[in-house]
Write a protein that binds this ligand. Sequence first.
Ligand code: DAR
Length: 360
Amino acid sequence: VDWNKVQERWNYLRPIKESLAAKYYTNEVHEKAQSLSQADQRRLLDVMMGGLCNQDSGVGVYATRPEDYDAFSFYLEPLIRTYHNIEGDTKQEHDWNIPIGKYLLKEINPKLEKVSMRARVARNVKGWNLPPSMDKAERLKFEATMEEVFAKFNIPGTYHSQTPGHKNELSNEKAEEFRKAHFLFNDMTTDNHLTTSGVANDWPHGRGIWLSEDKTKMIWVGEEDQLRIISIVHGNDLGVVDNSLKDLLTQMEKGGITFAEHPTYGIITTCPTNMGTGKRQSILGQFPNISKKGTDEKALKELAKSFNLQARGMGGEHSAMDENGTADISPSARFGVTEATVAQRLYDGLVKLYQIELGK
Ligand code: DAR
């Protein structure tokens, strides 16, 4: 690997937008990279590829296998601590004790009676590569392994595959219907971060979705992480979403799956932003005043950030808000917090956000 070229590229990108990957590509890292084995040098370059190829990257790295977080800790550790705002020796802990009846959105704003609430956790299974470095054979083997687990669920549902020729192959019409309902992830080859990092390789082989009959629970197979386990509830009690999600996780673990976990970082994920809990919990809320009817997304994003929240467009990451200022609001932190804290932070942040929205 020509690390001088890599250094030149980071120097070129920094003034455009300094991703964390650029920020932490220090002279020490530059020197250390050159002392690695050839295989590890190529692996480290693969980790950086998303950031090197996409100047709009905020983070800019994707792990290619769970071991990357230790093999390249000299580079990734400070990057992770900054993103997750972690001081000292934080060790990830888990806590799913999230009460029903406590986080009631209608108490924040009476209009929030029937809200699209989502919670998802990213998971990767021990013993497999992460999506950026899986080859087609591994992706297909992984999909087949997951289908065996889904078949044992005590929750009625169906696995729909996007693998060409699969016995349960999704038709284009059905896939479009699922995407419009925000059930199914988009064509991954339309996201440059996913194509340049290898996450989208072999699309659409090994990709699919398990969807519960009542359409409140789903599992993405083969997206940015090997698995995204999702609960969607239209209502106003955040606790209901979490309990539904935990039920699904329990079913997977009962099916014999061991998730990849790190002693410090907790849940291992492709992107370091998702590690720890791997949990993202959000609601779709309207903020026409703060966002000036969706024309000033920056104002909403910055205000949300000041409350430890992230505001995204309606279609999730890298998507736009609409004229009602409809945004997907979620806590930024996923590591160094527990699953219960994520729910608490979402609720507390929404209280503050709506105080301003309704006060305007
Ligand atoms: N391409 C990454 C995305 C960062 C967070 N979002 C994820 N993991 N989907 C970037 O640095 O923009």
